[in-house]
Design a protein around this ligand. Structure first.
Ligand code: KG4
Ligand code: ZN
Length: 386
C-alpha cells in the first residue's frame, strides 16, 4: 500500500512538468449506460464509446439496478478496449484514469471503479474518482471551445443539473467548490418525465439519446400545451413561493389523475397523448424558470456575484424546448446559456474523462483504496481529501 501511495503522490508532483497535452481515460457505469472516452488537455475527444442497455430495461418499464450491473460487467471490458483502439493508444500512453465514484446505483458503480483501479494500479497511473454531477457541470468547459461566440464558462457560473436522479441549482465557484442553491423536495425532473412517459404508454426511442425522455419530447412536438395546462398545478405556489427548491411529484400525479380518474386523456388517441405530453413539459419548464429567476435575482442582482454564465446539463438538458426556454431566461439576465451538445448532456464517458482531467490538473488525485459513494452531496467535494 505504501508503494501505491508513493506512486499517486509522486504523480501529484509530476503534474506541473508536463509540456505536452495530457490524456485521460474516463469510465462511466453509474446508471444504465456503459461508457468510456479519452480526452486531452487541449480539449480534444480522441475516442468515445457508449453502450446502452435499453433492451434490458424497457420490457421492465424502467431501470432495474441488478440488471444494469450485469450489463456493465458484460460490456465494460469491450467498451474500454474499443475506446483505446479508436484512439490508437495503449493504457501505458495515458496520463491518468478517471472513473465515476458516485452518486449512482449501488450495484453499478463498483463495476467501473474496480476496472479503473485495476487499470491504474497495473499501469502505475494516477486514479481520479469523479463526482457524476460535477462531471455533468464541467463538460460545458470542454465542449464550447470551437464556438467563438461561446467561450468556455469561467468560474463562477450558475449551473442547473437536470437528470434522472437530480434537480440541482448551484453556483460553481471552482473545481470541487459548489454552493447548492436549491434541490428537489421529491422527484427529480427526469424521474417525473420518465414516469409520465410511462403513464402515457410511450414507446421508448431507440439508440443513443433515446429512452422515455426522448419519447416524451417527440410526443410533445405534435401537441397543443394549452389544452391540458390549466388542469396541471403550479408547484410550490403558496407557502413555498419564495423558496428556491423544486417539486415535480405533484405534476406527475396530476397527469395520472387526468388519465386514470378523470378519463380526460384517451391513451388510444395520439392527439390526447401529445397534448398531455406538451402540457406536462411546459409545466416542468415554467417551474424551473420561476425558481432559476429567483436564484438569479438573489445571486446576481442582490448579492452581485460575478456570474459568467448559466450552464445547464444532465440528460433533460438534451431536450430542445428546455434549452431554448432557458436560453431566453439567461439572456434576460444578460448571461449566456451554455449547454453541452445534446449527446454529451446524457450520461457519457467524455464528461468523466474531462472532469477527471480538470481535477488532475488541479492536483486532485485519489488513492487506489477509494470505494464508491452511491449518495454523495456535491457540496461535500469541498471537504473531501482522501
Ligand atoms: O444524466 P442522465 O443521462 O442520467 C442520470 O444521471 O440520471 O439523465 C437521464 C434523464 C432521464 O430521466 C431521461 O428520461 C432524461 O434524462 N432525458 C430527457 C431527454 N433525454 C433524456 N428528458 C427530456 N427530454 C429528452 N430529450
Ligand atoms: Zn447523469
Amino acid at each position: 500500500m505504501s508503494m501505491i501511495r508513493a506512486i499517486t503522490c509522486s504523480s501529484k508532483r509530476f503534474i506541473s512538468t508536463y509540456n505536452r497535452p495530457i490524456k485521460v481515460l474516463g469510465i462511466e457505469t453509474s446508471c444504465d449506460d456503459t461508457s468510456a472516452a479519452i480526452v486531452t488537455s487541449d480539449r480534444k475527444i480522441l475516442a468515445e464509446v457508449v453502450r446502452g442497455q435499453q433492451e434490458l430495461h424497457e420490457p421492465m418499464g424502467g431501470i432495474v439496478p441488478t440488471l444494469a450491473s450485469k450489463g456493465h460487467s458484460r460490456n465494460l471490458p469491450g467498451v474500454i478496449c474499443e475506446t483505446l483502439d479508436r484512439a490508437g493508444l495503449l493504457v501505458q500512453d495515458l496520463d491518468a484514469i478517471a472513473v465515476t465514484r458516485g452518486p449512482g446505483l449501488p450495484p453499478c458503480l463498483p463495476v467501473g471503479l474496480n476496472a479503473a483501479k485495476t487499470l491504474a494500479a497495473v499501469s502505475k497511473k494516477p486514479l481520479i474518482g469523479v463526482h457524476h454531477m460535477e462531471a455533468h457541470a464541467l463538460t460545458a468547459r470542454l465542449t464550447t471551445e470551437n464556438d467563438l461566440n461561446q467561450p468556455a464558462p469561467a468560474f463562477p457560473f450558475m449551473t442547473l443539473l437536470i437528470s434522472g436522479g437530480h434537480t440541482l441549482l448551484l453556483t460553481c465557484n471552482n473545481i470541487g467548490d459548489y454552493n447548492q442553491l436549491g434541490t428537489t423536495l421529491d422527484n427529480a425532473v427526469g424521474e417525473a418525465i420518465d414516469k409520465t412517459a410511462r403513464l402515457l404508454d410511450l414507446e421508448w426511442i431507440k439508440g443513443r439519446r433515446g429512452g422515455p425522455g426522448a419519447a416524451l419530447e417527440r410526443a410533445a412536438l405534435q401537441g397543443d400545451p394549452e389544452r391540458f395546462l390549466p388542469r396541471l398545478p403550479t408547484p410550490m405556489l403558496q407557502r413555498n413561493k419564495s423558496v428556491i427548491g423544486f417539486s415535480f411529484s405533484g405534476l406527475k400525479t396530476a397527469v395520472a389523475r387526468l388519465i386514470e380518474m378523470d378519463k380526460l386523456v384517451d391513451l388510444k388517441k395520439p392527439q390526447d397523448v401529445s397534448d398531455m405530453a406538451a402540457a406536462f413539459q411546459i409545466a416542468c419548464i415554467r417551474h424551473l424558470e420561476q425558481k432559476i429567476a429567483l436564484a438569479l435575482e438573489r445571486e446576481l442582482v442582490e448579492l452581485k456575484k460575478p456570474l459568467t454564465a448559466l450552464v445547464v446539463s444532465g440528460g433533460v438538458a438534451s431536450n430542445t424546448l428546455f434549452r431554448s426556454r432557458l436560453e431566453a431566461l439567461a439572456h434576460a439576465y444578460h448571461l449566456p446559456l451554455i449547454c453541452p451538445p445534446p449527446q454529451l448532456c446524457t450520461d457519457n464517458g467524455v464528461m468523466i474523462a474531462w472532469a477527471g482531467l480538470e481535477r488532475f490538473q488541479a492536483g486532485l488525485i485519489d488513492e487506489y483504496t477509494i470505494t464508491t459513494l452511491p449518495k454523495w452531496p456535491l457540496e461535500e467535494l469541498k471537504f473531501r481529501d482522501e
